[in-house]
Design a protein around this ligand. Structure first.
Ligand SMILES: [Fe+2]
Length: 310
């Protein structure tokens, strides 16, 4: 079940430079050299969306919006409502940006796909979220390798309406630019993975999802909260930065924040001195439980992949 249902989008921040997706778009005539700006953005080619693209958006939107009730954090639902995000059609980024800019000064910019790390960080540091413009194909409803428009826009943009999360994302971008110079991207990538993509948050009503990698996936939206298989552990910055992860299955461990304030406060300090310190310690497997963990539950390990985590 895990192997077939996990839509593990490789995160935009850390998958290296633009590769196959960019070449494919050039080859198919969907993109020309004139359209691609030096910062890897393009004007969202809204005229290129087909009826199928809009139908896939609608299907995914309806499926996730209803199943996320009672599963996703309130801040996400508030963001979705405030944005007035299109349900029937792929949203036009310019329209989203009118509300988003007013709320937190963020904007969504269209990109052809994965962008180089430093370009990605520079966008975040300047409150621009790079979103893939293209939609997954009908046969990719539950699985695709690269983040598409649904993952990026439905998954990531609503929380950018939240002022604290918006500040966290900007701080993350600035931290990324520094980490790149310090050779510490592997450690900072884990923080993004276990929070922005696969984070859970504790609320008075119980655990809720805030990570975009979870909430844009039907299977993982259920698994992350309901399954006994994964570990769930309280957020710990240093611990997360040492923890490897899976890009090919559901997560073995979910980290749980108490609040967005906690997340922002923990990441406010300069990490320059922290990286060499953490480098002296061994990395941890994606499913390890170690002394000092604030364990919410120890997973049963059912269905866990045996292969090495990255
Ligand atoms: Fe993502």
């Amino acid at each position: 079940m895990i192997a077939t249902a996990a839509p593990q989008e490789i995160d935009t921040a850390f998958a290296g430079t633009m590769t196959a997706k960019l070449k494919e778009q050039f080859d198919e005539g969907l993109l020309s050299g004139q359209e691609l700006r030096p910062d890897f953005t393009i004007a969202q080619p809204v005229h290129r969306y087909t009826d199928t693209d809009h139908a896939i958006w609608r299907k995914l939107y309806d499926r996730q919006a209803s199943m996320l009730q009672g599963r996703v954090c309130d801040e996400f639902l508030q963001g979705l409502a405030t944005l007035g995000m299109e349900r029937n059609r792929v949203p036009e980024f310019d329209q989203l940006n009118e509300t988003l800019m007013r709320a937190t000064g963020w904007q969504v910019v269209a990109v052809p796909g994965l962008v180089p790390d430093e370009v990605f960080f520079d966008h975040l540091a300047n409150r621009r979220f790079p979103a893939s413009w293209w939609m997954r194909k009908p046969e990719q409803l539950d699985y695709l390798q690269e983040p598409d428009c649904f993952h990026d826009v439905f998954g990531h943009v609503p929380l950018l309406i939240n002022p604290i999360f918006a500040d966290y994302m900007e701080a993350y971008g600035k931290g990324g630019l520094k980490a790149a110079k310090l050779g510490a991207l592997d450690m900072l990538a884990r923080l993004y993975w276990y929070t922005v993509e696969f984070g859970l948050i504790r609320t008075p009503a119980g655990l809720r999802i805030f990570g975009a990698g979870i909430l844009s996936s039907q299977g993982e939206s259920i698994y992350s909260l309901d399954s006994a298989s994964p570990n769930r552990i309280g957020f710990d910055l240093h611990r997360i930065m040492r923890t490897r992860y899976r890009i090919d299955t559901f997560q073995k461990t979910y980290f749980v924040i108490d609040s967005f304030e906690q997340l922002f406060d923990a990441t406010r300090p300069d990490f320059t001195a922290l990286y060499p310190e953490l480098r002296t310690l061994p990395t941890l497997g994606a499913g390890d439980i170690v002394e000092g963990d604030r364990v919410i539950n120890v997973g049963t390990r059912e269905g866990w992949a045996d292969s090495e985590d990255i």
